[in-house]
Ligand binder design. Structure first.
Ligand SMILES: *Cc1c(COP(=O)(O)O)cnc(C)c1O
Length: 446
């Protein structure tokens, strides 16, 4: 870092912004080329938008890419997660255990099945479900653990799978933030019993609106087919108890993927590994530059762990306020923005256990809150019950989500971060602290 940058006053206090040049397409996503356009035009011109010839191919390619036996293309990530829950036989009066720091669709579909959720706390470093906060929540009603590889970071799957196997629970992976990521050599989505994966346009693997269910388990696959795929739920199903019901969807849903999305999906998947590798290189370079800077910690896997971050969906950083005089994350972010840093926001998802949907809403007219409608215990979790989840607002923030490895540009962003943290003392007298709630219910900025 150059002396002049250190000495120049912070832009928030009237100095010159550290970043002077336009970001260009550094953050633009998805990258659309002629291959995407041709694939879409082909479907459009054939009038095959509701067909499934292209979707069939996409499923086969996706399953092969994941290394899973089955892939079932859905209309959304949300529907793929609901189908995964139905696939795992989650029903009336059952419970799932899942993280509170996630997008609602990881867990809320349990309500539609008459089930409910018991939230576990997160590990403050991975921002993923804490394996040590799961087991004591298991009871006779518990059927599954939902894990979310949050903002690209793989969950610690070994202890989670161990708990699940000992208690005969299913594990549902929500891979909506980490497509292509790896945990100890294994592709995310292939470690649990089934995975639901959002492929909507805000996500790393961005195809339009769509989702993918992947599994190696024939029964889960066929239950998902039976749930929302009336055309494909036919006499060929092998699960005998499903056979009498063929041809009409058990769920009453129609979940097949729009073929325009499938067409974009094939084109995007074709280049995804290459583009993800560039994102890996870019974001890791950014964090390498900031190694050891007070107040700043990377949210990433250790280099020798055999794990990777996938597409770094909405990449995050940890903010260590104690190392910068107790500065608030809010003022830290305001100072970064003034320096010309885009894409930074304080917090993560707001913890779901604090939302009225999980406390007071009576969605289906049971005469009591849906959260506890089909069970005898009150498992609602008040403020204060999940301390790490409730602290992410002030302890984490989004960093610029680099899509290209352009060292000079990335260095300028890292310099802006250093400029703010090195001059934190100038900010302290102006720091108004954090608002009571930090973060957003959803992360995707469209
Ligand atoms: C986006 C997202 C979903 C839902 O996917 P949609 O395609 O938007 O329905 C589910 N889980 C997580 C963690 C997500 O970020």
């Amino acid at each position: 870092m150059s002396q002049t940058t250190t000495m120049s006053p912070l832009a928030l206090l009237g100095g010159t912004p550290a970043i002077q040049s336009d970001a260009g397409d550094l953050f633009s996503w998805p990258i659309i080329t002629e291959a995407d356009e041709q694939a879409v035009l082909d479907v459009l011109r054939r009038g095959a938008m509701s067909g499934f010839d292209i979707t069939d191919k996409f499923e086969k390619e996706f399953a092969e890419w994941q290394g899973s036996r089955y892939a079932l293309a859905h209309s959304s990530g949300t529907s793929s997660l609901q189908a995964a829950m139905f696939g795992c036989k989650i029903g009336i009066g059952d419970e799932i255990i899942g993280p509170s720091i996630t997008y609602w669709a990881s867990v809320a579909p349990a309500f539609t099945l008459g089930a409910t959720v018991n939230f576990a706390d997160i590990d403050p470093m991975t921002l993923c479900i804490d394996p040590n906060d799961i087991e004591h929540r298991i009871n006779d009603r518990t059927k599954a653990i939902v894990v979310v590889h949050y903002c690209g970071h793989p969950c610690d799957m070994d202890p989670i799978m161990d708990i699940a196997r000992r208690h005969n629970l299913k594990v549902i992976e929500d891979v909506s933030h980490a497509q292509g990521g790896i945990y100890k050599g294994k592709k995310l989505g292939t470690i649990g019993d089934v995975a639901g994966i959002s492929l909507m346009t805000g996500k790393p693997l961005a195809i339009g609106e769509g989702g993918m269910l992947i599994t190696d388990d024939l029964e889960i696959y066929e239950r998902a087919l039976a749930w929302g795929f009336y055309r494909r739920f036919d006499d060929s199903v092998q699960t005998s108890y499903l056979k009498p019901y063929a041809h009409l969807p058990l769920g009453g849903y129609k979940y097949r993927m729009h073929q325009l999305s499938a067409a974009v999906g094939r084109a995007q998947l074709n280049v995804y590994d290459e583009r993800m590798a560039e994102i890996q290189k870019a974001v890791n370079y950014f964090w390498d530059l900031l190694e050891g800077v007070p107040g700043i910690r990377a949210h990433r896997v250790a280099k020798d762990s055999g794990s990777t971050m996938g597409g770094w969906y909405n990449a995050r950083g940890h903010f260590v306020s104690e190392e910068v005089g107790g500065l608030s994350v809010t003022t830290f972010i305001d100072a970064l923005k003034a320096e010309g840093v885009t894409g930074v926001r304080p917090g993560t998802n707001i913890p779901l256990h604090l939302h009225p949907l999980f406390n007071t809403a009576d969605v289906y007219g049971h005469g009591k809150p849906t959260r506890i409608a089909n069970i005898d215990d009150d498992i609602r979790q008040p403020k204060g019950s999940l301390p790490h989840s409730e602290r992410t607002g002030e302890a984490a923030y989004s960093i610029p989500w680099f899509k290209h490895y352009r060292p000079a540009q990335i260095e300028a962003y890292a310099d802006a971060f250093k400029k703010v943290t090195q001059n934190y003392e100038q900010l302290l007298p102006h720091d108004k602290g954090n608002p009571e709630v930090i973060g957003t219910w959803g992360l995707t900025a469209l």
